[in-house]
Ligand binder design. Structure first.
Ligand SMILES: Cc1cc2nc3c(=O)[nH]c(=O)nc-3n(C[C@H](O)[C@H](O)[C@H](O)COP(=O)(O)OP(=O)(O)OC[C@H]3O[C@@H](n4cnc5c(N)ncnc54)[C@H](O)[C@@H]3O)c2cc1C
Length: 416
């Protein structure tokens, strides 16, 4: 009988693991993938969806099609808990047994107990969140159409993003593009709307080098985006953000991008294998420290191999999926001595700002401009095409693209 592998959560980590497993083990493995949604969403492009430069169908893939292609079962269900002793995943559609389990349930927004934060701000973690936010902002601008400049309600057109990490930085710039368009469409003078980014840290995204951070500061000033750094949010009321220095920001749109915590499902794991802040505690083979039949990937897990807690990204989840599938292969085939110790790579930071402006930073090198912006867009296209159509040609183009960038990077390094 084929080994039963259940994949709990089909985001970046889950689908990569399923594809790799099927490629390596073919029919000797029986995969059942579970997710609460019907479609995979390419989360890094959610800010573009809000801005309106990509369509929903450009960044989503139907799970049913995706798993049919690799001859695996997909169950749309909400996972409630995992019974480790009974090797069973408990869902709202019934129990699912496994021999091996891959937990890739991702993360949720963290509100750190800040009063009103959850109730009075938009979350930005899913396709539904992005669509709701876009519709709300569009409605806020439409509601001011036809008003004389003096009668326009400035605070209704103020958009405040809380959290200056990668997501907050990208989102506020995309909202700037959206606001530009909505002002034009609704005959609203640009000066009547305002974009604000608040963060309790003194700098924006902590992995930016000082130079990149300074560039982003200047860029925000040029774009008219107000940066409020070094100020913590103490409370979020309906239409109002309160800061620890006594400032109150009235805003028709408040978005929460200030942090994440592991999926609520993993919170039920016992003390021995859970770090409440970071998620399931894994050994160096990415197995649960208390149960070697359970592997975990991505935002809901924490491998002790990291000296400091890493920035959680789709690239990291994909990388961990490769290790998990390889180690699972050795587990299933009984070649335990072959298992590979997880060795995290350094990844580049690639972000896209307002139209035509992107930043790529890697190993002391950084560049800004249209090419970086295009690379971010291209990465999304290749990723979706790879899982949607399984086309060889595009993968070759992908390889070609990566090698051109690499050679260009190394040539540049050599010239220094
Ligand atoms: C707006 C935004 C922008 C981002 N931008 C970037 C970027 O530019 N670059 C980058 O590298 N990373 C980016 N990230 C981070 C990246 O998306 C995550 O690090 C990555 O998705 C983590 O992968 P994962 O497999 O751990 O979790 P996810 O991809 O989140 O997958 C978790 C899956 O589990 C499912 N699930 C959760 N709970 C349940 C349940 N109870 N029952 C059933 N199914 C469940 C979810 O539906 C989801 O499909 C961004 C994230 C967001 C939200």
């Amino acid at each position: 009988m084929a080994t039963r592998v259940v994949i709990a959560g089909c985001g970046f980590g889950g689908i990569e693991a399923a594809y790799n497993l099927k490629r390596m083990l073919k029919d000797s493995v029986d995969i059942t993938a579970i997710d609460k949604n019907d479609t995979f969403t390419y989360l890094p492009s959610l800010p573009d969806l809000v801005e309106g430069s990509v369509r929903e169908r450009d960044i989503t893939i139907q799970y049913a099609k995706l798993f049919r292609r690799i001859k695996s079962a997909f169950v749309k269900a909400e996972i409630k808990s995992v019974d480790l002793k009974g090797k069973t995943v408990v869902t709202d559609k019934g129990d699912i047994k496994y021999d091996y389990l891959i937990v890739s349930l991702g993360s949720e927004s963290a509100y750190y107990g800040i009063k009103g934060a959850k109730q009075n701000s938009f979350e930005f973690k899913s396709l539904a969140d992005a669509k709701e936010l876009r519709d709300h902002v569009t409605e806020m601008f439409r509601s001011q159409k036809g008003e004389t400049p003096n009668a326009i309600d400035d605070s209704a057109l103020r958009i405040t993003v809380i959290g200056g990490g990668l997501t907050g930085v990208e989102l506020v710039t995309k909202m700037k593009d959206l606001a530009d368009r909505l002002c034009w469409e609704n005959d609203i003078p640009w000066g009547k709307c305002e974009l604000v980014l608040v963060d309790h840290g003194k700098i924006l995204h902590p992995t930016f080098s000082e130079e990149v951070g300074e560039f982003v500061d200047r860029y925000f000033q040029k774009q008219g985006i107000r940066l409020m750094l070094g100020r913590a949010v103490t409370e979020v009321q309906r239409g109002r953000v309160l800061l620890d220095d006594g400032t109150a920001i009235d805003a028709g749109t408040i978005v929460w991008c200030a942090g994440i915590k592991p999926s609520g499902v993993v919170e039920q794991a016992g003390e021995a294998c859970l770090n409440p802040k970071y998620g399931l505690i894994l050994n160096s083979y990415l197995q649960l420290v208390t149960d070697e039949s359970v592997f975990s990937i991505g935002d809901c897990s924490y491998c002790k191999i990291f000296e400091a807690f890493p920035i959680l990204t789709a690239l990291r989840a994909g990388e961990q999926a490769e290790y998990v599938t390889e180690n699972l292969l050795y587990e299933i085939t009984g070649r335990h001595d072959k298992k590979v110790i997880y060795d995290p790579r350094r990844f580049p930071t690639l972000i896209s700002l307002c139209k035509g402006m992107g930043i790529l930073e890697f190993g002391g090198f950084w560049m800004k401009g249209r090419l970086a912006w295009w690379m971010k867009r291209y990465t999304q296209r290749i990723y979706i095409a790879r899982f949607k159509y399984n086309v060889g040609f595009l993968e070759y183009v992908d390889e070609f693209f990566v090698s051109v960038i690499e050679s260009w990077y190394f040539m540049r390094m050599r010239r220094r």
